[in-house]
Design a protein around this ligand. Structure first.
Ligand code: DQA
Length: 143
């Protein structure tokens, strides 16, 4: 069976109340639940991790190399700053798709730079929780 990690970065634990005009009304638990349902319909197993800590996200990526076939990753604020997360994505040898709820290209200049995207399979941004769903479909369809 295919196993995928859904990895959420800092402040995404606040979804539901965090700037809902930008990030929507769904909580992280609700997003994870929707993804779990979409995945199980395709016979795919997912497990979700959220952390506000860069090191814990690195650990989750390294662990995923041993037990997952791909990663759906919203690095949140670390997208724009983290060499350590970029290096982890480059090191693990399984496909990673970078996702964002908001359209990072329609926001502040600093959000247009991603250190992570160049080492990912691809990037999906701006579709709310559907960004994760589209990434799930891409990883499944790609095989
Ligand atoms: C985000 C976009 C990032 O720029 C921001 O720092 C976040 C959320 C998104 O999902 O739209 O925390 O990754």
């Amino acid at each position: 069976m295919t196993t995928l990690l859904v990895l959420h970065g800092p402040n995404l634990n606040l979804l539901g109340t965090r700037e809902p005009e930008i990030y929507g009304d769904l909580t992280l638990a609700e997003i994870d639940q929707k993804l779990a349902e979409a995945a199980s319909a395709k016979d795919v197993e997912i497990y979700s991790i959220q952390s506000n800590s860069e090191g814990a996200l690195v650990d989750a990526l390294q662990e995923a190399a041993k037990k997952a076939d791909g990663v759906i990753f919203n690095p949140a604020g670390y997208t724009h700053t983290s060499v350590a997360l970029r290096d982890a994505v480059a090191a693990i040898g399984i496909p990673v798709i970078e996702v964002h709820l908001s359209n990072v290209y329609a926001r502040e200049e600093f959000r247009k730079q991603s250190l992570i995207a160049p080492v990912c399979l691809g990037k999906i941004t701006g579709f709310g929780w559907m960004s994760y769903r589209l990434a799930l479909e891409a990883l499944i369809e790609r095989g």
